[in-house]
Design a protein around this ligand. Structure first.
Ligand code: PNS
Length: 158
């Protein structure tokens, strides 16, 4: 049976930190689905379709597919027969929230498991929010996001 996993997130926008997790997890699982959450409450900079297009441009891995979802993650997982969620952990500060989410998802989602990848140390400080902030004030974001994402950010924030 093929081992498949779900990598959910806001990806507003995708960064090198996300790409590192995608590369490493797609080498372990037979199929990886990147699931972009459609959550207007978070007031994303990019629409869900824009985020999807950006991810498509920068992720070209055979066993990785990109999808979107709204509502509960565990519902999406059940509807699509996923039993494993992937998340990245950057620092201790991520732990509380991730631990809470993983236990809640386990309770709600038929014992669905979350597997955590420790982010590569070069990306341990990186987040989509920081990248947006640096870009907004004209800082150099070339080491944080691929060129396609950088252009989209500059276009949106100018
Ligand atoms: O990239 P993010 O913003 O850290 O991702 C958070 C995400 C999308 C994984 C989380 O907000 C989520 O699962 N949202 C869907 C709604 C849901 O299921 N909430 C309960 C999780 S405990």
């Amino acid at each position: 049976m093929k081992k498949k996993a779900l990598y959910p997130g806001s990806f507003d926008p995708i960064t090198y930190g996300h790409l590192d997790i995608i590369k490493r997890s797609s080498e372990i699982f037979d199929e990886l689905t990147i699931a972009i959450v459609d959550n207007p409450d978070k007031n994303p900079l990019f629409s869900i379709e824009e985020r999807k297009k950006l991810i498509k441009k920068v992720v070209q891995v055979d066993n990785v597919t990109i999808d979107t979802f709204s509502g509960l993650l565990v519902q999406y997982a059940a509807d699509n027969s996923f039993q494993t969620i992937i998340r990245g952990l950057r620092a201790v500060s991520d732990f509380d929230y991730e631990f809470q989410m993983s236990l809640t998802n386990r309770r709600l989602g038929n014992n669905i498991d979350t597997i955590f990848f420790m982010t590569d140390e070069k990306y341990s400080y990186l987040s989509s929010s920081i990248v947006k902030q640096v870009c907004r004030y004209g800082g150099d974001i070339s080491s944080f996001v691929p060129d396609e994402v950088s252009s989209a950010l500059k276009g949106r924030l100018k």
